[in-house]
Structure formats: structure tokens, C-alpha cells
Design a protein around this ligand. Structure first.
Ligand SMILES: [Zn+2]
Ligand SMILES: [Zn+2]
Length: 297
């Protein structure tokens, strides 16, 4: 019982403080970084299912990072990077505002990194409850920008509002490696930032957009798990989204409450492949219902 109350409190707190003051009960002391080589001079740092995957580019120009995980992971990230390179950390690009991807920004900026993001991301982070000024990006862009770094052409672009309304997708053209943040990718139940400008239909649109910019041999790095997925996983996620969206729309039209829809376990047929992430089936259904109910009522 006490555990249940605690879990509810922690979930509530993580919703109130999306920038990671509370971090879904993650025990940071036991979280270790796993380094996975993706291509020459490109590695993914993984810190467990609740942490955003960090992509590291090393080379003659220095170090370029995608995302910074939760703040307590900072020293572990730096230790892992130093096993790859002693060069200065020059840039951190955030895929979106959530704490599992941005709460380490301040510590990276203190090491001299310039933190970059899409315009809306910075705006929402600055306005959020419990905002930490040091985590705010120093530079922002609107639609897209390109960095010429470590011999690659790195395209950073903003898909239509999906997971949030300030998402960025980062594409290393020469290496053919793409970091897609938390748009639908690896097989887990994705979080939808329904209070951060994200939406179910946007998630589906962004998944399709990723498959237009990437190609069948692109190594796609999801925000969580993976660390590499392909078109198959994205297609399976888009099918799941379409099916659950239709079921929730039907339930809303029939006048079902959120509690009734959650209790009906409408994701059951998709659950076996998707229980490895931090978002439970009930939480996922809650997010889908919340977004669609707001749009349909
Ligand atoms: Zn995430
Ligand atoms: Zn997220």
C-alpha cells in the first residue's frame, strides 16, 4: 500500500516537474553508462530505459553531443566520453525539453559546450514550473540548421509538433546516422508530451516524416532503448498508434471515461513487445485519451 502511494506521488511529481527534479523513481547510483559504437567516431551512451540515449560525435573539431540525460548522470557521461576522446565538448543539441534529455545541460555548458535547440523548446523550458535557467539552450533555430563538424554535415530539423512542439531530429548525412529523440521509434510505449504541445496525430506524422528523410539503411537512434532501430520498428509503432488511436476515439464517442478506458486494457495485444520502457500501458492509454478527448470534445 505504502509502495503504491509512493509510486503515485512520484508519478504525480514527475508530471508536475517535467524537467527532472523528480525522475520517475530512477536510482541514479546504480545506473551505469553503456557505450555502443554506431559508426566511425559515433557512439551512443545508454543509461537505462528511463534516460535519453546520448549520441557522441568525436573528431578533429571536438565533441558534439545529442542530449544530456538527467543531471546526476553527468559525471558518468563525462567519464564515458573521456574513454573516447580528450577533446573539448563543443556542442549539445537537445531533441526536446524533457529532463531525461536536458537536465544535464547546465553541467555541459559549464564545461564550455554551446547548447542548441529548436525555438519552442527553449520557450517552453523557460516558462515551465521549476525551470532551471542554466539548462536553457544558448542558441536556437526555427525550421532547420546545419552544422559542419568532424567532417560530417549535421542536419538539425524540426518536425511538426509531435512528442512536444519543440522537437529536433539530428541527421549525420555522411555517416547516415539519425537521432530521432522521442518520436515513435523503438518498441516501447512512447511518452506523449500532451501538455508540452505534443499530440497523438503529431507523433504519427513525425514517424512518417522520419521515414522520408532517412532511408532503409540509416542507423536510427531512438530516444530510449535501441540503440539502433530501422524502419520496421517505426512501422510497427505507427501501426500500434493507429490501432490504439482508433480504439480510444471509439471509446470517447461512446462516452467512456478515462478510468473505464484504462480498465478495459485496450493495448493488451500490443503489450508483450512493449514492456521494456518507462511508460506503462495504462500511462500510454491515459496520454492518448487525454490528447484525443481534448481535441474531440
Ligand atoms: Zn525521453
Ligand atoms: Zn520526452
Amino acid at each position: 500500500m505504502i509502495q503504491r502511494i509512493l509510486a503515485t506521488l512520484i508519478l504525480g511529481a514527475s508530471l508536475l516537474f517535467p524537467q527532472g527534479l523528480f525522475s520517475q523513481g530512477v536510482d541514479f547510483n546504480t545506473q551505469q553508462i553503456e557505450t555502443v559504437k554506431i559508426a566511425d567516431n559515433l557512439h551512443v551512451l545508454m543509461g537505462g530505459p528511463a534516460q535519453g540515449n546520448v549520441l557522441v560525435s568525436t573528431g578533429p573539431d571536438g565533441i558534439f553531443l545529442v542530449d544530456s540525460m538527467y543531471a546526476p548522470m553527468h559525471q558518468k557521461i563525462v567519464d564515458a566520453i573521456r574513454k573516447l576522446s580528450s577533446a573539448p565538448i563543443r556542442y549539445v543539441v537537445n531533441t526536446h525539453m524533457h529532463g531525461d534529455h536536458t537536465a544535464g545541460n547546465e553541467a555541459m555548458a559549464k564545461l564550455g559546450a554551446v547548447v542548441l535547440s529548436q525555438d519552442n523548446m527553449r520557450k517552453r523550458m523557460a516558462e515551465a514550473k521549476g525551470a532551471i535557467p542554466g539548462n536553457l539552450p544558448a542558441a536556437t533555430y526555427g525550421t532547420s540548421m546545419t552544422l559542419h563538424f568532424n567532417g560530417d554535415e549535421i542536419l538539425i530539423f524540426h518536425p511538426d509538433p509531435a512528442h512536444t512542439d519543440g522537437d529536433s531530429i539530428i541527421y549525420f548525412k555522411k555517416a547516415n546516422v539519425m537521432h530521432v529523440g522521442d518520436v515513435p521509434a523503438s518498441l516501447r510505449y512512447p511518452n506523449i508530451g500532451v501538455d508540452d504541445g505534443g499530440s497523438v496525430d503529431g507523433m504519427i506524422a513525425a514517424g512518417n516524416q522520419v521515414m522520408k528523410v532517412a532511408n532503409a539503411t540509416t542507423k536510427i537512434i531512438p530516444g530510449h532503448l535501441g540503440p539502433v532501430i530501422g524502419f520496421n520498428e517505426i512501422k510497427q509503432q505507427l501501426e500500434m498508434f493507429a490501432a490504439i488511436r482508433a480504439r480510444v476515439v471509439t471509446a470517447i464517442r461512446e462516452g467512456k471515461t478515462l478510468e473505464q478506458v484504462v480498465a478495459a486494457k485496450i493495448t493488451k495485444d500490443f503489450d508483450p513487445d512493449r514492456l521494456g520502457g518507462a511508460i506503462t500501458p495504462d500511462r500510454f492509454v491515459t496520454l492518448v485519451y487525454t490528447d484525443l478527448w481534448r481535441r474531440l470534445r
